[in-house]
Design a protein around this ligand. Sequence first.
Ligand SMILES: Nc1ncnc2c1ncn2[C@@H]1O[C@H](COP(=O)(O)OP(=O)(O)O)[C@@H](O)[C@H]1O
Ligand SMILES: [Mg+2]
Length: 340
Amino acid sequence: MSDQTLLSLNNLTLSYGKNTVVDRLNLEIEKGELIALLGPSGCGKTTTMRAIAGLMTPSGGEIVLDGRDVTRVPPNKREVGLMFQSYALFPHLSVFENVAFGLKLKGMRGSDLSARVGEGLSAVGLGDYADRRPADLSGGQQQRVALARSLVMDPKVLLLDEPLSNLDARLRLEMRTELQRVQKANDLTMVFVTHDQSEALSLADRIVVMKDGAIEQLGTPEDIYNRPESAFVADFVGFENIFTVETGKLKGKGEAFTLPEALPAGAKGLAWRPRFVRLGEGAFSGTVIGAAFVGQMREYVLETPLGQIKVDVDASAPAHSLGQQLAFDLRVEDAVILKR
Ligand SMILES: Nc1ncnc2c1ncn2[C@@H]1O[C@H](COP(=O)(O)OP(=O)(O)O)[C@@H](O)[C@H]1O
Ligand SMILES: [Mg+2]
């Protein structure tokens, strides 16, 4: 455990009845870090958040927050804030009263209360909106009120479970930037759950990719995007051409094949993003069954004995049409080597 560690999950095991959904998870989060839990639906992200918040008791392992074992501490004694996708504000209360709600429950009153609520609203850029009702705010502003409501409680860790998934695409981008700004400006420690890789990549200091209740890979956005270690992570971050090594050959969805070059020692698989495949040269060939112009790129799908191959080329390259037979190359030097 480093000096900076604020939250440790040690062999955390979480079950619903006999069904274990998170199995001996180990994770250390530093103060001021924004960690994204990324993974498909059902992999255990919400369950992990509920356990950190104290809404469920682990069946094994421990949760240590700021040096204190909180595994069996009730939620209201944990100093953990939680913001879910449905952040329900009280419609009949003003923005001020919504943000003040939790503080009042803790007994705060008068000028202390006004000052703290004011700070919270300024932190999210809503200093002038204290008297409004939620119905008179945009969706993004309502979300910022919910964020202020969590912030004023001064949690040691703020947990956000898919907070942006109810918003339309434009607002989601705006809130992404806003969240990052608030997080860095206030040196907050946040755990952010998402199933959206671009959200995780753009927001997080480190990403935890989860699969079936376990950590599949932990790393910086660059690590996860550029150096996936398994076929699962490669697929999740947009590698379309993924092959596993089976008795010295590569195998995808079609026939197993060998490359002209030797495979790197210890490789469990090789993966190429569509733009890593070389088109118009090489030992392989396929028939164009998909061709799309998408602005900067042309996207092709080739039907080949190896399975379907996706290739992106620069839009300035000459166009090919459906039914055309094209050579292509999969070079080891262009591939990402999967270690697991
Ligand atoms: N209250 C519950 N009772 C029983 N099983 C549950 C409950 N909540 C979630 N699960 C199961 O636990 C697994 C993980 O769920 P969850 O943590 O919600 O996943 P995620 O948030 O990653 O989509 C899933 O298989 C889900 O069906
Ligand atoms: Mg969930």
